[in-house]
Design a protein around this ligand. Structure first.
Ligand code: PGA
Length: 257
């Protein structure tokens, strides 16, 4: 079981690099007591300044997307080694907004996950069902397809380096987070998929975080589940005080083997 909580902020297309620095100035003193992992996924243009500012702090800076190629004639794209060069340590992959607005398929997401692992950047793989899929009882089927296709051929040794995020699409940005039982069912199911793919040892260690309308008000209930190892926070991560408060509430006591 993953022992330390992961609190991951996803800024999406918000904040300039000056705003990112101001935010970190405010955030760092507030999270001194937090002993888990704080990841902030910032726009490409802020990676460098945010990573420099957050150096030697508890905050790890990452990106929200990358291309699966190492280099080439792909106008407007960014390679994982460029992200690393700018100071990113992780990258969100397969976010539902990428799947929906930018046509990212399972095949593309798989290639990106493989490339990120090859280049030593932690993939935060997002999976989750839409409202229609949920209403037609297809949650598990969708999660299984998304998890298995993204992780096809990934070795347990590499599997250890990834983070999985369960983000029901209908809960993202809607103010309506998934309820207690849904989170429990989905996270247990994701855990079983990871164990099936990587075996008990690795599969039970990979952090699974929940995302979708996480807030200061609901985080303590969400984090209470055994198989919830942290949260992926969109809107509420944009304010340093809210994000810090979410992180501090994630100090869950777990018996670690
Ligand atoms: P939200 O976004 O917290 O604003 O719902 C979560 C996400 O998109 O990762």
């Amino acid at each position: 079981m993953a022992c330390q909580e992961y609190v991951i902020g996803n800024w999406k297309m918000y904040k300039t690099s000056a705003e990112a620095t101001q935010y970190l100035e405010q955030l760092l003193p507030l999270i001194e007591k937090f002993n888990g992992h704080i990841f902030l996924s910032v726009p490409f243009t802020s990676i460098n300044s945010a990573a420099s500012f957050a150096k030697n702090s508890k905050v790890v800076i990452g990106a929200q997307n990358m291309n699966d190629a190492t280099h080439g004639a792909f106008t407007g794209e960014i390679a994982s080694i460029m992200l690393k060069d700018a100071g990113a340590c992780f990258v969100i992959l397969g976010h539902s907004e990428r799947r929906k607005y930018f046509g990212e398929t399972s095949v593309i997401i798989h290639k990106k996950v493989v490339r990120a692992l090859q280049d030593g950047i932690i993939p935060v793989l997002c999976v989750g069902e839409t409202l229609e899929e949920k209403d037609s009882g297809m949650m598990k089927e969708v999660l299984k397809e998304q998890i298995f296709s993204a992780l096809e051929g990934v070795s347990p040794e590499n599997g250890e380096k990834l983070i999985l995020a369960y983000e029901p699409v209908w809960a993202i940005g809607t103010g309506r987070s998934a309820d207690y039982l849904t989170i429990e069912e989905a996270h247990n199911f994701c855990r079983n998929c990871l164990v099936e793919i990587f075996g008990e040892k690795t599969g039970s260690l990979i952090p699974i975080v929940y995302g979708g309308s996480v807030s200061v008000e609901n985080v303590s209930e969400i984090i209470a589940h055994d198989n919830v190892n942290g949260v992926l926070v969109g809107g509420a991560s944009l304010d340093a005080r809210s994000f810090a408060s979410i992180a501090l509430q994630c100090k869950k006591l777990k018996s670690c083997s």
